[in-house]
Design a protein around this ligand. Sequence first.
Ligand SMILES: *[C@@H]1O[C@H](CO)[C@@H](O)[C@H](O)[C@H]1NC(C)=O
Ligand SMILES: *[C@@H]1O[C@H](CO)[C@@H](O)[C@H](O)[C@H]1NC(C)=O
Ligand SMILES: *[C@@H]1O[C@H](CO)[C@@H](O)[C@H](O)[C@H]1NC(C)=O
Length: 297
Amino acid sequence: MQLAHTLLLGFALSSPVSAMFTCGNENATLFPPPPIDRNQLGMRRRQIYLLPPPIELIVHVVARSKRRQDGYLSDEDIHRQVQVIKDSFAPAGITFNHTKNHWIVTKAWSFETPGSQDWVDMQSLLHEGDQRTLNLYFVPWKNATKGGFCTLPWSMGGPLDGCVIKSNTVPGGGHSYWSQGKAAVHEIGHWLGLAHTFEVRDPENPCDPTDPDDGVIDTPKFDYHHYTQEMKGTCHLDLNTCPHLEGKDPVHNYMSYVSDECATEFTRGQVVRMYEMWAKYRAILPENEWEKTVEGS
Ligand SMILES: *[C@@H]1O[C@H](CO)[C@@H](O)[C@H](O)[C@H]1NC(C)=O
Ligand SMILES: *[C@@H]1O[C@H](CO)[C@@H](O)[C@H](O)[C@H]1NC(C)=O
Ligand SMILES: *[C@@H]1O[C@H](CO)[C@@H](O)[C@H](O)[C@H]1NC(C)=O
């Protein structure tokens, strides 16, 4: 599996600030395609966006034993996690149809190295549905540095499409700063075509106003070099790391790297982008009867 096609959410544990964020594809391959040409989608002046239908959601729990510390999640754990996902995407008009939970207890896969055969084997075996189906895999990822990773809508279809999430980031799962289930929300944002709010093409110039970064105009730029180890797990509401640019740092954004207590929003631009990415890459259009008008901004 090519990690260039996935996004990793993670913090390095014991590293200099520059390595605080460990993203599996920090270079150009990760960058989102530009916003879609609306004519291509038959959008008129009043901009009709296709709202995704209720997204079919299948949860796979892959545990090494039936014990919690080995990644096992109960019905109730899954229910609470899915509720956080639903609540977080509801303001964006994106809903989920949670149809199935699937448990597999095995020691066959260790999942230690991203991109190893373990991931490919697991996803190939368990994946269900097509590009419209969201497969979430909760795994006991022993390495503490990552919260999860996800395929992007334009990067990979087939059985490797989906999101892998560290089991202990579910609500009450015991993770020290991702403890409210927002890691899954962040990952699903990637699955729906969002990049991190701090993506930049030139890491030396994170505040370059000409950098198209995440392809969304209303997420202010954020110089992640200022985001230090001490800030992990806290809410820093007044960060303004690109002071000469408009807007403070998007510390409440699900697609930033903030603690779960801070992460509470997608911007309007991100919502529009998710609709566009759905329409272009995931929808099977003739079957798609859901439409929503979004006022042009
Ligand atoms: C990104 O590019 C830099 C500079 O070319 C390189 O050193 C680094 O290894 C690349 N990172 C990844 C994840 O490919
Ligand atoms: C949810 O998915 C099931 C199985 O595909 C389907 O029968 C049902 O109609 C769906 N419900 C909604 C609200 O989309
Ligand atoms: C997990 O740990 C192994 C062994 O230390 C290392 O080789 C691997 O790169 C780590 N994986 C991640 C995701 O950091």
